[in-house]
Design a protein around this ligand. Structure first.
Ligand code: C2E
Ligand code: MG
Ligand code: MG
Length: 719
C-alpha cells in the first residue's frame, strides 16, 4: 500500500474494539494515519476537526438505530469532503445499495481480508488525491483562461478566429471600440461583412489566410467598415491558417484562420498629411513646385496627343521683398496668403496655381483656346493684385510682373516652358509700362540676363561706359536750383542705355556696387566743383546703397574722396532709403553720425514706401524727406494721396526737416504742392536728369535765377 500523499487521516468507526485494534495494527504497519472510535457521538466530534478524508464505518452500530446511515448522509451533504467506506456484517443483499444510496463511496462486507480492506481504503484515498489534483488543475486552467481572455479583450488589436469557411468563431472586444460591433453579433457571420467593398477581393485571400509560417499574411493594409457606416478604419493585418495536429482533429486538416489586425488609421492620416505637404505649399495650401511639374507633365502629354495648346504663367510680386523686410516675415506670410486667395479667384477650376517659393507663383492653363486667353488671365491677375491690401490697418500696394510661355510655340518641354515664362517675367519686370509679357526668342533666361549684366558691368567701369547725370531740385517759388541729384547711367555698347533699376540690383548682388558707388561719388564731386565756385552753388545729392554703407571702410572712402577732390562736405547730401535703415541699424547709425559730424547731411529717399516706423527720424541726423513720386503722381486724382502728402509736409515741418517732392511732372501737381506749402521739387516738369555740362552756368546763379531746364520742359522733354 503506497504512502498516503495527501496526509489525510482515516477514521474507523466500529462497535467492536477488537476490530478497531486489529485495524490499528494493520494501519501502523503500513504507515496509514488512522484514528478509531466506537461511538458515533465521538466520531462526529472528531470529524468536526476536519482532518479526516475517509471514514470506515460499520453503520450497524449498537447506539445506531439507523444513525450510521444518517451520518453517511450528513457527510455527503455537509460542507466537508469526506468519503465513507461502509464496512458491515449486514448480510442483506440490499445493504450495499442502501449504503451507496445514502452517499457511501464504497462497500465492504465483513469479514474480509485485511488486504482487501486496506486496498479499498487506499483506493479511496488515491481517488480523492486524484480528484483534488484534477480540481486544482482545472482551477488553474480556468484562471489562466480568464487571464488570456483579459489579455485578448484588452488588446488594442483586433484578434479573431475564423472557421474553415471564413465565419467568425471568436473576435475580441476590440471590435466594439474599433467598428462598433458587439463581438457576439459577429459570431457565425462571414468576415466579408466587416470589410469595405473596395477591399473585399484583397481580403478574400488574406483575411481568411490558409497559409502558415513565413508564407502567411504579414502587414497587409485593409480598410474595415464600421457597423454604422462612416469613414473606414485602416488596419494592418497579420493572419495565418490553423491546422489539426492529430490531437482531436485530423492532422493537417484546415480548421480556420487566426488573425490580428492593428488599427493604423491615425498613421494613415499622418501619412496623408505628409503626402499633402510634399506636394503643397504649407503657407498658402497651393500646389508646390513638385505638384506643379507633375501637372504640367500630364498636361503636356495630353496636349501632344490631342494637339492642343497650353500656357505657363510665371508671376513675381513687385515690392514684396521690401514689405517683408520692413514689416516682418509673419506680416509677409499673411500678405502672401491674401495674394494666393486673390489669384485663385482669377482662375477656372481646371487651372493650376502653384507657389514656387518666396513671392513667385506659377499658373498652368491646360486648355488654351487662343493665346489671348492667357493674356486675359494675366490681365485679370494684374488687376487683382493692383488693388491695395489692407492688413493690420496698413494699406499695402504690391503689383505683379508676369511672363507667359505657350505650348508648343514657346517651348515643347516642361523645363523650357517654365524657363521661358520666367525669362518673359523678368523682361516684363524690367519694362516700366508692361505688367506681363509673352516669351520671345530674343529674351535670354533670367540667368543669361544676370550673367551678361554682371560681365557687362565689370567691363563698364574700366571702359568708360558709366556716366553721371544730374537732376535738379528746384525751389518752385523762384525757380532756383538748390541741389543736383547725381544719378548713375550705363551706356551699354550693344544694348544702349540700361535703366539703373535694371542694373543696380545686379551691381548690389555681385558687390560691384561698392567700387561703382565710390567712382560715382568721386566723379560727381569733381564735376560739380568744375561747375564753378562763386555765388550760391547748388548742393550735391548722392544715392547710397545698403551694401556700400555696410562696408567697414565706407566712412574712410567718403572722407578720402572729399579730401582728394576738395569738395566741401556741407554741400554733400546722401540719399538713403528707409529700407537701408531697417537693416543692421546700429552700425548704420554710427556711420551716419560720424559723417554727419563732418557736416554731410542725409535725406530719406522715396519716403512713404518703406512702411517703417518714424522713430529713426529722431535717432538719425536726417535733414530732408523726399516724398516718393508715387504719391505726387496721385495728387491730381483727388485720392488719399493729397491728404498723405499734406500730412508728411506737416510732420516734416514739425520735426524741423526739409521736404522735397519727387517726380513732379505737371504744373497742376506743382500748384497743389505749393498750396500745401511744399516748394522744393524735383521732376521732369523742371528737368530730366542731364549731364553736368547742362548746368555749366550754375556756379554763377544768384537768387531768383530760374531753373535753366524749365525751358527744356517746354521743348518737349516730358514723357
Ligand atoms: P531715386 O534716387 O528716387 O531717383 C529718382 C528717380 O526718379 C530717377 O530715376 C529719376 O530719373 C526719376 N525721375 C525724376 N523725375 C521724374 C519724374 O518726373 N517722373 C518720373 N516718372 N520719374 C522721374 P533713375 O535715374 O532711373 O534712377 C532710379 C533709381 O535708381 C534711383 O531712384 C535710385 O534709387 C537708383 N540710383 C540711381 N543712381 C544711383 C546711384 O548712383 N547709386 C545708387 N545706390 N542708386 C542709384
Ligand atoms: Mg535718390
Ligand atoms: Mg526717389
Amino acid at each position: 500500500m503506497a504512502a498516503n500523499q495527501s496526509h489525510e487521516r482515516v477514521l474507523a468507526i466500529d462497535a467492536q474494539p477488537r476490530m478497531l485494534a486489529s485495524l490499528q495494527a494493520l494501519a501502523a504497519s503500513r504507515a496509514l494515519p488512522l484514528d478509531t472510535t466506537d461511538s458515533l457521538g465521538e466520531a462526529r466530534t472528531m470529524l468536526a476537526g476536519g482532518c479526516h478524508g475517509v471514514v470506515l464505518l460499520d453503520p450497524g452500530m449498537p447506539d445506531g438505530n439507523g444513525e450510521g446511515l444518517e451520518l453517511i448522509r450528513e457527510l455527503r451533504d455537509g460542507p466537508g469532503d469526506v468519503d465513507v467506506v461502509v464496512f458491515t456484517a449486514d448480510p442483506s443483499s440490499l445493504a450495499p445499495v442502501q449504503a451507496l444510496r445514502h452517499g457511501a463511496s464504497d462497500f465492504l462486507r465483513k469479514p474480509c481480508s485485511p488486504e482487501e480492506l486496506l486496498v479499498t481504503v487506499q483506493n479511496t484515498l488515491e481517488r480523492r488525491d486524484l480528484s483534488r489534483r484534477n480540481r486544482e488543475i482545472s482551477s488553474r486552467l480556468r484562471r489562466s483562461e480568464r487571464l488570456y481572455q483579459y489579455i485578448v479583450d484588452s488588446s488594442p488589436d483586433l484578434i479573431y478566429v475564423l472557421d474553415d469557411e471564413g465565419r467568425f468563431t471568436f473576435v475580441n472586444d476590440t471590435i466594439q471600440r474599433l467598428l462598433g460591433y458587439q463581438p457576439e453579433m459577429l459570431l457565425g457571420r462571414h468576415f466579408s461583412q466587416i470589410i469595405t467593398r473596395a477591399d473585399r477581393a484583397l481580403a478574400q485571400c488574406c483575411f481568411n489566410e490558409r497559409r502558415t509560417g513565413d508564407r502567411a499574411t504579414r502587414g497587409l493594409e485593409l480598410r474595415l467598415q464600421p457597423a454604422r457606416g462612416g469613414n473606414p478604419v485602416y488596419v494592418d493585418l497579420n493572419a495565418m491558417g490553423m491546422y489539426g495536429d492529430g490531437d482531436g482533429e485530423p492532422a493537417g486538416h484546415f480548421l480556420g484562420t487566426y488573425g490580428v489586425a492593428r488599427d493604423v488609421t491615425e498613421r494613415k492620416h499622418a501619412e496623408a498629411i505628409i503626402r499633402h505637404q510634399a506636394h503643397h505649399d504649407m503657407l498658402t495650401g497651393l500646389p508646390n513646385r513638385v505638384l506643379f511639374q507633375d501637372r504640367l507633365r500630364q498636361t503636356l502629354a495630353q496636349a501632344r496627343r490631342a494637339q492642343t495648346s497650353a500656357a505657363v504663367l510665371f508671376l513675381d510680386l513687385d515690392r514684396f521683398k521690401m514689405v517683408n523686410d520692413s514689416l516682418g516675415h509673419s506680416f509677409g506670410d499673411r500678405l502672401l496668403e491674401n495674394v494666393a486667395r486673390r489669384l485663385r479667384e482669377c482662375l477656372r477650376e481646371g487651372d493650376t496655381l502653384a507657389r514656387m517659393g518666396g513671392d513667385e507663383f506659377t499658373i498652368l492653363l491646360p486648355k488654351l483656346e487662343r493665346e489671348d486667353s492667357a493674356a486675359r488671365v494675366a490681365e485679370k491677375c494684374v488687376t487683382a493684385l493692383e488693388q491695395p491690401f489692407s492688413l493690420d490697418e496698413q494699406e499695402i500696394y504690391l503689383g505683379v510682373s508676369i511672363g507667359i510661355a505657350v505650348y508648343p510655340q514657346h517651348g515643347e518641354t516642361m523645363e523650357s516652358l517654365v524657363k521661358h515664362a520666367d525669362a518673359a517675367m523678368y523682361h516684363a519686370k524690367a519694362q516700366e509700362a508692361a505688367h506681363f509679357a509673352f516669351y520671345d526668342a530674343n529674351m535670354g533666361s533670367r540667368l543669361d540676363h544676370y550673367l551678361s549684366m554682371e560681365t557687362g558691368l565689370r567691363r563698364a567701369l574700366g571702359n568708360d561706359e558709366l556716366s553721371v547725370v544730374y537732376q535738379p531740385q528746384v525751389d518752385a517759388s523762384d525757380g532756383r536750383i538748390t541741389c543736383l541729384e547725381a544719378l548713375l547711367r550705363w551706356q551699354h555698347p550693344e544694348r544702349g542705355a540700361i535703366p539703373p533699376m535694371d542694373f543696380i540690383p545686379v551691381a548690389e548682388q555681385t558687390g560691384l556696387i561698392v567700387p561703382i558707388s565710390l567712382w560715382l561719388l568721386r566723379e560727381a564731386c569733381r564735376e560739380c566743383l568744375a561747375l564753378g565756385e562763386p555765388g550760391d552753388p547748388p548742393r550735391l545729392a548722392v544715392n547710397l546703397s545698403s551694401l556700400q554703407v555696410e562696408q567697414p571702410d565706407f566712412v574712410d572712402g567718403v572722407v578720402d574722396v572729399l579730401n582728394s577732390t576738395g569738395f566741401p562736405p556741407e554741400r554733400l547730401e546722401f540719399e538713403i532709403t528707409e529700407h537701408l535703415l531697417l537693416r543692421n541699424t546700429d552700425t548704420v547709425v554710427d556711420k551716419l553720425r560720424e559723417l554727419s559730424g563732418r557736416d554731410i547731411t542725409f535725406a530719406i529717399d522715396d519716403f512713404g514706401t518703406g512702411y517703417s516706423s518714424l522713430s529713426y527720424l529722431q535717432r538719425l541726423p536726417i535733414h530732408t524727406l523726399k516724398i516718393d513720386q508715387s504719391f505726387i503722381q496721385g495728387l491730381q486724382n483727388g485720392g488719399d494721396e493729397a491728404t498723405l502728402v499734406q500730412t508728411i509736409v506737416a510732420m516734416a515741418r514739425g520735426l524741423g526737416l526739409a521736404v522735397v517732392a519727387e517726380g513732379v511732372e505737371t504744373t497742376e501737381q506743382m500748384r497743389v504742392l505749393q498750396s500745401m506749402n511744399c516748394h522744393s521739387m524735383q521732376g521732369y516738369l523742371f528737368s530730366r536728369p542731364l549731364p553736368a555740362s547742362a548746368f555749366g552756368h550754375l556756379g554763377q546763379q544768384g537768387t531768383g535765377t530760374p531753373c535753366p531746364s524749365t525751358t527744356q520742359v517746354n521743348a518737349g522733354s516730358r514723357r
